[in-house]
Write a protein that binds this ligand. Structure first.
Ligand code: ZN
Length: 205
């Protein structure tokens, strides 16, 4: 396993315990209880260590936790599947297929679903490949590597276009997200060495 910390805070800093996130930055503004509609208070529940939005009437505690974005570096021979985004954020920029994981699916299923939705491709997932923690936006990005099951692909509703590109054709200046840049860089390095590892990175603001 390779631990890297390029462009961000070191992974060890994220793993240091106790590490309590800034509560102002770690929570969205919740005004009303999602269960009963009453007003909420922002305070530390009994037995907890961080403030939460707590319903003044029914006592429901609104926990907020990071969201998981799952994607895939999907290849066909020596080419990588990339999508040019048709939606914000970063409309017009390139990414590997990726999106928020849904309830009721496994991470690998999310990678397959996103690749089919955005790029019209059916893939065989090989292995998890890269994980990027982005604490300041409360997200973790998990990328698998996989192969197209057939040569079929095409732009879905969320893509302006889809392309199979060789490493030397990747539009580095027009990649939508830094996590995707990291993932693609590691993928090409590993592919050149003929062996794939797992790469963990933490990105700072
Ligand atoms: Zn309530």
């Amino acid at each position: 396993m390779t631990l890297t910390a390029d462009h961000g805070c070191p992974v060890s800093a994220v793993l240091d315990l106790p590490h309590h996130p800034d509560p102002e930055r770690a929570h969205s503004m919740i005004r009303f209880c999602t269960h009963c509609g009453s007003g909420v208070s922002f305070e530390i529940p009994a037995g907890d260590v961080l403030p939460r939005h707590i319903c003044n009437r029914c006592g429901h505690i609104h926990y907020e936790n990071p969201r998981l974005v799952v994607g895939c570096v999907a290849t066909w021979e020596d080419r990588i599947l990339l999508c040019r985004r048709a939606i914000e954020p970063r409309r017009g920029f390139w990414t590997v297929p990726a999106g928020f994981m849904e309830n009721g699916e496994t991470a690998a299923e999310a990678a397959c679903r996103e690749t089919h939705e955005e790029a019209g491709a059916r893939i065989i997932v090989d292995a998890p490949f890269a994980m990027v923690s982005i604490a300041h936006i409360n997200q973790v990005h998990l990328f698998y590597r996989g192969r197209l099951a057939t040569a079929d692909f095409g732009a879905g509703d969320e893509s302006l276009e889809v392309a199979m590109l060789r490493g030397d054709e990747i539009p580095w200046d027009d990649i939508a997200f830094l996590s995707v840049t990291h993932c693609l860089e590691h993928y090409l390095e590993d592919a050149a060495q003929g062996r794939f590892g797992f790469h963990e990175t933490a990105l700072g603001p």
